[in-house]
Ligand binder design. Structure first.
Ligand code: F6R
Length: 243
């Protein structure tokens, strides 16, 4: 571990409050800041906290821009399992962020290369990501960057591993309905963020968390590249903390 700041908290709610402090500070410092967002179970306490803080007048999302990490290939934005829908239901519909200021890769893109390029260009036109939120998969994926023999650079299409499809089948009627491919920001896109906050909870993430921050940097553990980012804050609960 090189630059990472580590906060070990007692439970997911405390994780949510601490992560929300970072978002609140970023938005206070720069009301039109660009935040990178993740889906999944882990960020939910954070999203609940952000919604509560805007209702309490502590945060104002009306100028904030957001870019999500990833989306399933083949799912329409209003599909119940799409990541766009997840973000609407768990955050965007409850805060003052403007719809045109939220972007999620287009799961139905006909021209995939053009969509991925436009996604990168949009983030760049906003001035880059100020604060990127990450969760982590059991295989060390961030976004949908799965273990490979290299670190993929920019937004691209990925084939999902069986481990990831299996982990995500809880949201679908059966594993056959889990898409086999997705679009994700690349490792390069993630590493270009000025600040990164990773949230990790639960004992099932303990081993991969150890490999990520206290093991060798390798594309076989994609998140391990974060050891080379100059400003990462890891917030994990006691169950996930490896020591
Ligand atoms: C989702 C994403 C994924 C998740 C990871 C952990 O947008 O980028 O990398 O962060 O799969 O998911 P949970 O939090 O459900 O364990």
């Amino acid at each position: 571990m090189i630059h990472t700041r580590v906060h070990v908290v007692n439970n997911p709610e405390e994780m949510g409050r601490l992560a929300a402090d970072l978002f609140e500070a970023a938005i206070q410092a720069k009301p039109a800041c660009v935040i990178g967002l993740a889906t999944g179970s882990t960020p939910l306490p954070l999203y609940r906290e952000l919604i509560a803080r805007e209702k309490a007048g502590r945060i104002d999302f009306s100028k904030v821009r957001s870019a999500n990490l990833d989306e399933y290939k083949g799912l329409a934005p209003d599909h119940p399992q799409s990541y766009r829908r997840f973000m609407q239901e768990n955050l965007f519909d409850h805060i003052s962020i403007r719809p045109e200021n939220t972007i999620v890769p287009d799961g139905l893109a006909a021209d995939i290369d053009a969509m991925c390029k436009a996604y990168e260009e949009k983030i760049e036109s906003w001035g880059g990501v100020d604060l990127q939120l990450l969760g982590i998969g059991h295989d060390g994926h961030i976004g949908f960057n799965e273990p490979e023999d290299h670190f993929p650079g920019m937004t691209h299409e990925v084939q999902l591993t069986e481990m990831t499809r299996d982990a995500n089948k809880r949201f679908f009627a059966s594993i056959d309905e889990v898409p086999t491919a997705a679009f994700t920001m690349g490792i390069g896109t993630v590493m270009a963020a000025r600040k990164i906050v990773m949230v990790v909870t639960g004992e099932d993430k303990r081993e991969i968390l150890r490999k990520t921050f206290w093991g060798p940097v390798t594309p076989q553990v994609p998140a391990s590249i974060l050891q080379f980012h100059p400003d990462v804050t890891l917030i994990c609960d006691k169950a996930a903390y490896p020591f």
